[in-house]
Design a protein. Structure first.
Length: 480
C-alpha cells in the first residue's frame, strides 16, 4: 500500500515542499528566500534558512518531520565506471579506489554515492557514480536538523529530474530563477548532466544565451563520445521550470538541432492548479518511494540510490531500547502480582515447614544414590573409550595386514625359476624391500619388469646387485 511522503528542495530562490501518497499529490507549498541565504545551492545562513523552514511547516501545517531531501547538482560530479564483477563486500572498496583514481578532487572533500546498474558482459559491471561536495551536503543536512526535520533519503536534483522522464531517451532542460539543469537520458541512464547557476535577477531572455550554449555543449559532448550511436533527431527535448511558459523561446535553444520540444509531462496525479513545472524536483524525489512500493512500476531512469551520506542515515533503535518501557511496565505488574501471591503464600509457609525436614532427608538419600550411579556411568564411559581405541587399532591392523598380504601375493606371483627362494621381504612405511638370489642379472631384470607390470607399485627400483659365488644377490625397493 502506498505511503504518504514529504519531500523538500531548497535552492537560491525558494524552499519547496510536496506531500504525496503514491502518485497522488496531496499538498504543496513554498517559501521565498532573500538573496544571499543560499548561494549556488549551498546554504550560507543555516539559522535563517532553518527559521524559514519552521515557519513554512507551521503556517502550512505540513505535519510530517520525516522528509526526502534534494541537494543541488551544482559542483557535483558524475561518472559511469566499468568494474569486474565483484562480491558485494568488496565492491564499495573497489568503487572508492576507482573514484580516487578518476576524480580530480580529493575524496576527503566529497561524499560518494553509487549504484551498480548493469552487467555489461560476463565478468563486467557498470557502476553509476556521483560525487557531492561535502560543504553543500553537510550544510543542507545541518539546516534540516536545525529545523527539526529528519532526512532519511536524499537525491541529487538532476537525478531526481531524470526520474520524472517517461521516455527511454530524452533531453531535459529545467530552468529555475537561480540555476538550470540539463540531463541527457539515453538507454535509461543519465549519460550527461550539467548544473549551473544563473543570475536570479536577470530576465529569461538574458539567461537564454548561457542555457543555449550549455545545451549545445552537452549534445556535442555526448555525440563525440558515442560516434556509433549519436542522439537521433526524434529524441524529444522536455521543458520544465521557467521555460514552460515561454514556448516562443524553445526554438532559440535548439539552433540547427531538430528535435520535438514539449513540456515535461508530470507522472503524478494532481489538481489543475498544481504548478508541476515548479515542483519537478520534488516529484522526482517522491518517485524514489513510489517506484520502490509500486509492483511492476516502470522506471525510465535506472539510477535510484540514496545519496544521504552513511554518517547521516538514521540507525534503527536497538530492540532493547524499544522493549525497555514495556518491560519495565510488565516488571512492575509482575512485582505487584508477586506481592499479592506472597501474602497468600505466607499463610501456607507454616503448614509446609514440617514437611521440609522429611523432604530434605529424602533428598540426601537420593543424592548419595545419584553420586554412586554417576561414578558407575563415568567408569563405563572410560571403559567404552578404551574399547573403542582398541577396536580402532585392531581395524588398522586388519587393514595393514590385508594390504601386506596383497603385496606379498604379487611379489610371489612374479617369481620365475631363475629366482631362488626363499625371499626376504620387509616393510618400512610405504616401501617394501625384497632381498633374494637369482641365477643371473637377466633374471633380476625380468623379475623387476614383471613387478612393474602388475601396477600395484608406484615404482620398482633395483637397489643393488652383486655376484655371490655362482649366483647374483639382489635387493629391490617397491614403493606404494
Amino acid at each position: 500500500m502506498a505511503k504518504e511522503v514529504t519531500t523538500i528542495y531548497i535552492d537560491d530562490s525558494a524552499i519547496r515542499v510536496l506531500r504525496s501518497k503514491g502518485r497522488q499529490v496531496r499538498k504543496w507549498a513554498d517559501m521565498p528566500l532573500e538573496s544571499g541565504l543560499v548561494k549556488d545551492g549551498t546554504v550560507v545562513d543555516e539559522d535563517a534558512v532553518a527559521a524559514k523552514i519552521k515557519e513554512l511547516w507551521q503556517t502550512q501545517k505540513i505535519g510530517s518531520r520525516k522528509v526526502i531531501a534534494g541537494v543541488n547538482g551544482i559542483n557535483c560530479l558524475y561518472r559511469l565506471i566499468t568494474l569486474p564483477e565483484l562480491p558485494k563486500n568488496i565492491l564499495p572498496e573497489a568503487v572508492e579506489r576507482e573514484a580516487r583514481r578518476i576524480l580530480a578532487i580529493p575524496l576527503e572533500q566529497l561524499h560518494l554515492s553509487w549504484q551498480a546498474i548493469l552487467t555489461l558482459k560476463k565478468g563486467e559491471m557498470l557502476v553509476y557514480l556521483a560525487a557531492l561536495p561535502r560543504n553543500s551536503t553537510d550544510g543542507l543536512i545541518s539546516t534540516l536538523h536545525k529545523a527539526g526535520l529528519n532526512p532519511y533519503l536524499m537525491d541529487l536534483k538532476p537525478l531526481a529530474l531524470a526520474r520524472t522522464i517517461t521516455e527511454t531517451k530524452a533531453i531535459l532542460i529545467d530552468v529555475q530563477p537561480g540555476n538550470f539543469d540539463i540531463v541527457i537520458l539515453m538507454g535509461e541512464i543519465p549519460q550527461v548532466v550539467r548544473s549551473l547557476p544563473l543570475d536570479r535577477e536577470a530576465s529569461l531572455d538574458g539567461k537564454m544565451p548561457l542555457i543555449k550554449e550549455e545545451l549545445q555543449r552537452a549534445i556535442t559532448f555526448y555525440n563525440s563520445s558515442h560516434l556509433e550511436e549519436p542522439i537521433e533527431a526524434s529524441v524529444p527535448v522536455l521543458i520544465s521550470g521557467e521555460l514552460s511558459g515561454q514556448p516562443d523561446s524553445w526554438e532559440l535553444l535548439l539552433a540547427k538541432q531538430k528535435h520535438p520540444v514539449q513540456i515535461l509531462p508530470s507522472p503524478m496525479e494532481s489538481s489543475e492548479d498544481f504548478p508541476a513545472s515548479q515542483y519537478t524536483t520534488n516529484i522526482g524525489l517522491a518517485l524514489k518511494e513510489v517506484l520502490a512500493s509500486e509492483k511492476g512500476a516502470i522506471a525510465y531512469s535506472l539510477v535510484n540510490f540514496n545519496a544521504l551520506p552513511e554518517m547521516y542515515i538514521p540507525r534503527p533503535r536497538p530492540v532493547s531500547e524499544i522493549l525497555f518501557a514495556p518491560v519495565i511496565t510488565i516488571g512492575i505488574a509482575l512485582l505487584a502480582l508477586g506481592a499479592f501471591a506472597n501474602i497468600t503464600t505466607l499463610n501456607r509457609v507454616t503448614d509446609s515447614r514440617h514437611n521440609l525436614a522429611t523432604v530434605q532427608q529424602m533428598a540426601l538419600s537420593s543424592h548419595a544414590q545419584i553420586e554412586h550411579i554417576t561414578a558407575l556411568i563415568e567408569e563405563a564411559s572410560s571403559t567404552k573409550t578404551t574399547a573403542d581405541a582398541f577396536t580402532a587399532t585392531l581395524n588398522d591392523i586388519h587393514v595393514s595386514r590385508d594390504e601386506i598380504n596383497g603385496d606379498l601375493a604379487q611379489v610371489n606371483s612374479c617369481l620365475s625359476g631363475a629366482i631362488k627362494p626363499p625371499l626376504s621381504v620387509s616393510a618400512d612405511g610405504e616401501v617394501l624391500t625384497v632381498d633374494g638370489l637369482a641365477d643371473d642379472a637377466d633374471a633380476v631384470l625380468h623379475y623387476a619388469r614383471e613387478l612393474r607390470a602388475t601396477g600395484r607399485f608406484a615404482s620398482v627400483l633395483i637397489a643393488s646387485m652383486s655376484q655371490q659365488e655362482q649366483q647374483i644377490k639382489f635387493t629391490l625397493e617397491l614403493s606404494k
